[in-house]
Design a protein around this ligand. Structure first.
Ligand code: ITT
Length: 205
């Protein structure tokens, strides 16, 4: 479908790694994409208790603020042996104080070290990434799609591709971490790719 037919879509994230991945996933679909950051939209506080609540909150805020359709992602790493942590707090574990949005300066080496430390000698290294993609309209309508990818956590971290926890996450069936993997392959198998396929299958409507 042509760019004109698809129209403008705001990518409602302030995370550069995510923005790059979302733009690459959207590329074949012919949208005129612009990021929330480029439009100067504020970053809403993530007050939801679930991935879906936070994804919808971010998408709705961007759609209302811009007057265009907006796509947001709320995602995180779920470590089985840690009872699901860091979960919805995955970004927060990289903040300098370990607390809520401390104004940038995220350090994912620190966050990955914390995961590894809390796992200690636990032999259960299973984890999965989850992504909820929410598409919102300026009138308040919203639709959400969820994707997961299962794997195990390795230590030390490997690779400098991707972002966030990628260097310590090895997806099931592969012997490379997301940090080592060719981005094209990550885009075929990741949690975000799975959610994105569901969204594309729904026709963005
Ligand atoms: P926005 O809300 O502006 O989109 P954010 O980084 O605050 O950016 P989240 O609240 O959804 O986004 O945090 C999700 C965190 O989970 C993110 O910062 C990463 O650390 C981690 N994460 C999500 N997807 C990931 C991926 O594909 N690879 C590695 N880490 C990922």
């Amino acid at each position: 479908m042509s760019e004109a037919a698809r129209g403008r879509l705001v990518v409602a994230t302030h995370n550069k790694g995510k923005l790059r991945e979302m733009a690459e996933l959207l590329a074949p679909h012919g949208f005129d994409c612009v990021s929330a950051g480029e439009l100067g939209l504020p970053e809403p506080e993530e007050t939801g208790a679930t991935f879906i609540a936070n994804a919808e909150l971010k998408a709705r805020a961007a759609a209302r603020g811009s007057g265009h359709r907006a796509l947001a992602d709320d995602s995180g790493l779920i470590v089985e042996a840690l009872g699901g942590k860091p979960g919805i707090h995955s970004a927060r574990w990289a903040d300098p104080t370990g607390g809520p949005a401390a104004g940038g300066g995220r350090d994912f080496r620190r966050a990955m070290e914390r995961v590894n430390r809390e796992l200690d000698a636990n032999p259960d290294r299973r984890a999965y990434f989850i992504s909820v993609l929410s598409l919102a309209w300026p009138d308040g309508g919203v639709k959400s799609f969820e994707g997961r990818v299962h794997g195990t956590l390795v230590w030390p971290p490997r690779g400098d591709r991707g972002f966030g926890y990628d260097p310590m996450f090895m997806p099931s069936g592969y012997n490379q971490t997301f940090g080592e993997m060719d981005p094209d392959l990550k885009h075929r198998i990741s949690h975000r790719a799975v959610a994105f396929r569901k969204l594309a299958d729904a026709g963005f409507r």
